[in-house]
Design a binder for this molecule. Sequence first.
Ligand code: ADP
Ligand code: MG
Length: 240
Amino acid sequence: MLMKTGVPGLDKILKGGFRENASVLIKGAPGSGKTVLALNFIIDGAKNGEKGLFITTEDLDDVRAYAKTLGMNLEKYEKEKKVFLVSQTISLKKLVSIATPLDIIERNKIKRVAIDSLTIFKFSTWGNELNYRKEILDLINSMRKVLLVAISEEDFTSVDINGYQPEEYLFDGVIRLLKVRKNNRYERCIQVVKMRGQDHSIDIYPLIIKEGGMFVYPDEIPFVLLEKETDFGSKNGKRS
Ligand SMILES: Nc1ncnc2c1ncn2[C@@H]1O[C@H](COP(=O)(O)OP(=O)(O)O)[C@@H](O)[C@H]1O
Ligand SMILES: [Mg+2]
């Protein structure tokens, strides 16, 4: 069964949505929209009766305030016990414990989990790629009963260069968020790099972030990638 991603337009690119119980990695440079996508995923799930857990390295009140700027009322869903927020601090020494999240998932019949971000595992396994991979694999396997969206940070992004990271091979799906430049203009874009077991588009599509979160335009080509200038510029890169 396919589940809605929570991002308008993205389901069409995925020809339906995410597979139930899939593990999906969202990668992108800072400011590319990773946290916004994760918030959409959790809030939209809660609206449709699928309880969500949001694990963050940030301060919980900061996350609530951030969601509010996007018109998302996290607190309302928290009060209704449809969304749970957990803070996971970055530690150099301690291995990350997923006991608390797993307990919350079990007790509350959580269906969707978002982790923002996998950096928590990078710090605890610093420099040891084998240990890092093992931690990520354990995480994915322990979350097989839920739909998992995990965020990883990319150092640089370019449309034509994809710096594959070790964790990408472990997830069922990988989605890339990019900012693509043409002259002095940047445009936000999204690409589904892989999604095991399902047919999907591999093309690059434009997206915007505004009130309500992320909106993907599955029937449009990014202005910045158009061969001809056509009306590039007149729309000022803003889709309505
Ligand atoms: N309330 C908002 N209204 C409009 N745009 C926003 C809003 N909040 C964030 N954005 C845009 O989204 C970008 C950050 O997205 P975010 O998902 O936090 O990035 P990251 O990939 O680093 O997690 C900001 O730089 C800004 O351009
Ligand atoms: Mg973020």
